[in-house]
Design a protein around this ligand. Structure first.
Ligand code: ATP
Length: 233
């Protein structure tokens, strides 16, 4: 299967400080890949490079065969790549439904619309007129996920969906993944919970200090391999 997205030798900098040191990563259509690693390993920076929020060299990222590194984020969304940012970042003055509709403005036509999202997360239909920020953390995460889906991406990047959420809520959010990948959408998640990362993904990339320290099929990697790659011990 050809890659939907491929990064080759991806480096990233914040001023003079280098955060990524030559990342190679590939995502095939329809798979769910987890990106793990300790605080500061470079996971968010990697996602931001793929979505244009942190500058990447043009040739270092290919999406559907075209080089997209360093393109403006809006251009990347139009091509079919969307991100659920860390911390959800809802628009505080807008209702749940308005937050969702905003996701559709910059995107493409496709199967995901309000009706379908409300089917996936019925609580959002109940709360659709409430301000997004009046919702619980888990419900806000559903809105952030829904907002990204409304752009009908081919590749969805999720940064720490489970951050600060109760286990039952995390399970509820991950239970939606089969409906998302079911029609061939590709998903990459950054996940701090290693058990969850291994359980929901088909493949794992582990980052350590801006480099890939381990990659492989999630069901083939042992706990020891993952711990070693994660902690470097
Ligand atoms: P976390 O789990 O804490 O979010 P992460 O794996 O996502 O960590 P990044 O946030 O990508 O890691 O950070 C990678 C490196 O880049 C770290 O050394 C971090 O201090 C640095 N960094 C991240 N954002 C910035 C920024 N805006 N300015 C300068 N340095 C940054």
């Amino acid at each position: 299967m050809s890659d939907l997205l491929a990064a080759h030798g991806l480096q990233a900098f914040y001023g003079d400080a280098q955060a990524l040191f030559g990342i190679d990563l590939s995502l095939a259509q329809g798979e769910l890949v987890a990106i793990i690693g300790a605080n500061g390993a470079g996971k968010s920076t990697l996602l931001k490079c793929l979505t244009g929020l942190v500058r990447a060299p043009r040739e270092a990222v290919r999406f559907k065969g075209e080089t997209i590194g360093g393109l403006p984020p809006g251009e990347i969304v139009k091509r079919g790549l969307a991100m659920v940012p860390e911390g959800r970042r809802l628009f505080p003055s807008l209702s749940v439904e308005e937050n969702l509709l905003i996701g559709g403005l910059a995107g493409r036509k496709g199967p995901w619309n309000l009706q379908r999202l409300y089917g996936l997360f019925p609580i959002l239909a109940e709360k659709r007129r409430d301000p997004g920020t009046a919702l619980s953390g888990g419900q806000q995460q559903m809105v952030a996920l829904g907002r990204a889906l409304m752009s009908n991406p081919e590749l969805l990047l999720c940064d720490e969906l489970s951050l600060g959420l109760a286990p039952i809520v995390i399970r509820e959010i991950y239970a939606a993944m089969p409906a998302i990948t079911g029609e061939g959408m590709t998903v990459a998640i950054v996940e701090q919970d290693l058990s969850m990362a291994q359980r929901v993904s088909q493949r794992i990339y582990c980052l350590q200090e801006g480099r890939v320290s381990l990659s492989g099929r999630s069901d083939a990697l042992t706990r020891e391999q993952i711990s070693q790659a994660y902690f470097g011990v």
